[in-house]
Design a protein around this ligand. Sequence first.
Ligand code: NDP
Length: 389
Amino acid sequence: MITRRDVMELGAGAALTLSAGGVLHAQPGSARSVGYAVVGLGKLSLGQILPALKATKNAHLAALVSGKPEKARKVAAQYGLPESAIYTYENFDSIAKNPAIQVVYVVLPNAMHADFTIRAFKAGKHVLCEKPMAVSLEECERMIAAGKAAKRQLMIAYRCQYEPVNVTAMQMMRKGAVGTPRLVNAVMGKQTDLSDPSDVWRLDRTMSGGGALADMGIYGINATRYLLAEEPVDVRGWARTDKSDPRFRTVDDMVAWQMRFPSGAIGEGSSCFSQPGTMAWQVVGSERRMVADPACFYGGNGIRILGGKNDPQPQIAEIDQFGNEMNWFADVIHGRAPNVSPGEEGLQDMRIMHAIMQSLAQGGQTVAIESSYRRAYDPATAVGIRTAV
Ligand code: NDP
């Protein structure tokens, strides 16, 4: 049973720095700053990543990679970068000669992740790669192998695994906050619009690897796994798609799934590209429910504990999630923090999503997850709650 003291300790937003199993993570600040090359100047880079890099202590912007020279020049000027720090997709490999770049942050459409990750490793750089890791299992395996061959780190940008609300939720789950977990329900979706270039590739199967499931369902699958701290044994899925809607020529709209876990818990969820923006999950346990809605937005996330009497409710301080994640990876590179979301973690979600897609193709049949994957580090213990980046 979780106590008021546990909640105060875990959720009060104090500068709580946990270590477990001998794993100590770095304190923010103080270290040599790591230079990032940001590849792809789209919505996420311009709206979140570049502003976060400006405000982050252990990481800074060292280069831009873009297919649009005019935009790149404008952004470089805005962030005080010289023109010599601008690269194109064609001359990207010459980053090998630029020692100011230690990390390549791949923020491109999903079908381009593998190519740029592998090229970055060949150039001797570490890679932070956006989710989903790639569009096929084979690509994920090649990315992992390339990182190992280059002796460089590969981290998949699962920001929620480093974010205080989700980390607190994991810590509370490990302390039995809901009793025995029975069900995790995750609902992820948004409205898509073909007039938005950022949605055009998301609605193209070749570029995205699978529409709403690959883009947003992955948050629900990943959250279910980190909340329960176990891996599913099998899955099944169903899709509902209006094929007369021009948005859904090559991808499904709504995909719903169920996963069975060894403990007996069931994970269910849905992803949808024709609903209001939603990123929510709830855990139903034998004694209580834990509800996070929103759970994975860039801000405003929170947890409520329902079902008990006068349960204390965690108050969790917000943090710049992107700055926090880039700081974390800087610490990984300096050997002061564990790589909590390496390529193998990205590959596991890809396996599950592929099994869901296989189930869709087989009319909802149950598909086994053929994997012995176990996390090297549980974010609940390996990741501390930081209040500043
Ligand atoms: P955008 O479409 O807004 O940006 C992608 C950028 O990639 C473009 O602006 C462009 O940059 C470059 N690009 C190169 N080739 C192409 C192409 N053929 N079609 C389209 N773009 C191309 O996407 P987002 O920024 O929203 O997403 C990028 C990645 O980040 C995706 O993997 C996505 O899943 C992930 N993401 C993660 C989030 C998170 O919270 N972790 C949130 C949102 C997205 P340029 O013009 O400079 O060449």
